[in-house]
Design a binder for this molecule. Structure first.
Ligand code: 4AD
Ligand code: MG
Length: 455
């Protein structure tokens, strides 16, 4: 008999008859005549309720000693449930105990703190919340591929080890080789020069856009920022589309369309998990997602944003002045309080942005954009790229970048240069946004943050 996922069983229109399911015991209640065993296999949020009669062969060996956390295999008939809340339950004809669980299984009770659950990252996927988070993570990854593949974008694998610092922030992890305690640097460097874990696949992505037109990357990125916030991780995943023959306007269009598409997919494809998040994590979640899916985003220039913030009368921790980076509190004020909807801010001062962004005709701003969403702040950062050789060279000189190191990047401007643009969407920020989960460490299976690389 082949195993049926519990999701398939519970979603059946008509009774699937006799099936075999496997999973982990969530709870068990014994009465004189029978036991109710709630089994979950992670295929969906719901448990399958199993009714095991005391007359069942092996009842005393397999059913009575079951503890929360034990693994079982059960064969039985799917029948209409007498209880409320679910359509089907199973009348067991055979219960096999696969792996007993000690009585100290940590997920017995509800109401554990998120901090505690992080300390048992190997077991937390067996909880309702984390099961839901990681099913959504999988589904959103699929939806991202679907969004781009449906539109003819080519998926490109950019390197994880690289010698370039795309964002110019210098906050990178160095790749070295070791022999015992010895670290090989300088002349002994494995790649012949200093190399790092990538902070972004963008520069390599641009080379492929300048050949295949529309591409995207989707992979891990690493930043050694020492920021202890709920929205920064040292290892996170980023989606970076790059479009040739595209300007900032087109870039913002795709970015906003993508966010609405993914939110729409969350609403239709993850309904059960979403209902759980709306009930236990963030009461206003579903309405907010519907709003985001259905309404156009606001667009303002950086200059207008600074004006709004200065006129707000709000007491910000960091003051707002033209030429300074918008802080997270400013971004959230714009999207949560002022516009009360996702907001795209564009045309930032060149002085606070990396070398590759295209200089606007005003000479002082660049064609950059950030998409800000309520509850998160910056979800997406992107720009039109500098496609003019002379401008790019000037930018590189201003940022102290060696033209030799980046000659391959400059070459794109020498041979058939075209306007092009792209952006990066932080995958975990998206997951926080669609689940309402407040800390980035709780949407990553095994999070890496300063001081933490457990498991
Ligand atoms: O704004 P960022 O730094 O942009 C880039 O890396 C560009 N090269 C993207 C491009 O144009 N192709 O990062 C993009 C997004 C941010 O908006 C944020 O959502 C996410 O990546 N991000 C992080 N997410 C989690 N932890 C961190 N430390 C992050 N840093 C950035
Ligand atoms: Mg950014």
């Amino acid at each position: 008999m082949t195993r049926s996922p519990i999701a398939t069983v519970l979603q059946s229109e008509n009774s699937p008859g006799k099936v075999l399911v496997s999973g982990w015991v969530r709870t068990k209640r014994d009465s004189k005549a029978f036991s109710f065993v709630e089994v979950n296999d992670g295929s969906c949020l719901s448990n399958l309720q199993i009714v095991a009669d005391a007359t069942l062969p092996g009842y005393e060996e397999a059913v009575l000693p079951l503890h929360t956390g034990a693994s079982v295999e059960v064969i039985g008939e799917i029948v209409e449930s007498q209880g409320k809340g679910q359509k089907w339950e199973m009348q067991a004809s055979e219960v096999r105990l696969l792996g007993a669980a000690d009585g100290d299984f940590p997920l017995q009770k509800k109401g554990h703190s998120m901090e505690f659950l992080r300390s048992i990252a190997h077991l937390r996927p067996r909880s309702n919340l984390f099961g839901a988070v990681f099913r959504v993570r999988s589904r959103m990854a699929y939806a991202i591929h679907q969004f781009f593949q449906d539109r003819g974008f080519v998926y490109v694998h950019t390197p994880i080890i690289t010698a370039s610092d795309c964002e110019g922030a210098g906050e990178m992890f160095r790749v070295v080789t070791t022999e015992g305690d010895e670290i090989h640097l300088g002349d002994e460097e494995f790649f012949g020069k200093p190399s790092y874990l990538t902070v972004s696949g963008q520069l390599e992505g641009e080379t492929f856009a300048c050949a295949l037109s529309n591409i995207y990357t989707f992979g891990p990125t690493f930043r050694a920022e020492n920021s202890h916030t709920s929205r920064h991780a040292s290892e996170f995943w980023m989606i970076e589309p790059e479009m040739a023959f595209c300007d900032l306007e087109g870039d913002m269009d795709i970015a906003e369309e993508m966010v609405q598409y993914l939110v729409g997919d969350m609403l239709t494809s993850c309904a059960e998990d979403l209902a759980f998040f709306s009930r236990f994590v963030d009461k206003g979640l579903k309405e907010r997602l519907e709003f985001v899916r259905d309404r156009p985003f606001e667009r303002v220039t950086y200059e207008e944003a600074v004006q709004i913030l200065n006129d707000s009368g709000e007491a910000f921790e960091y003051s707002v002045e033209y030429g300074a980076n918008l802080q997270s509190e400013h971004e959230r004020y714009l999207t949560e309080t002022h516009f009360r909807c996702p907001t795209t801010v564009y045309n930032y001062p060149a002085s606070i942005k990396p070398f590759y962004m295209r200089r606007n005709d005003d000479g002082k701003t660049v064609a950059a954009m950030d998409v800000l969403v309520p509850g998160i702040g910056e979800l997406i950062g992107g720009s039109q790229r500098e496609e003019r050789l002379d401008f790019l060279r000037k930018n590189m000189a201003e940022h102290d970048l060696s033209e030799e190191e980046y000659d391959w990047y400059v070459d794109l401007r020498r041979y058939g240069s075209v306007k092009h643009a792209g952006f990066g969407l932080g995958f975990e920020r998206l997951l926080m946004f669609v689940t309402g989960v407040a800390n980035i460490r709780d949407v990553i299976p095994f999070p890496r943050t300063p001081g933490v690389a457990d498991f």
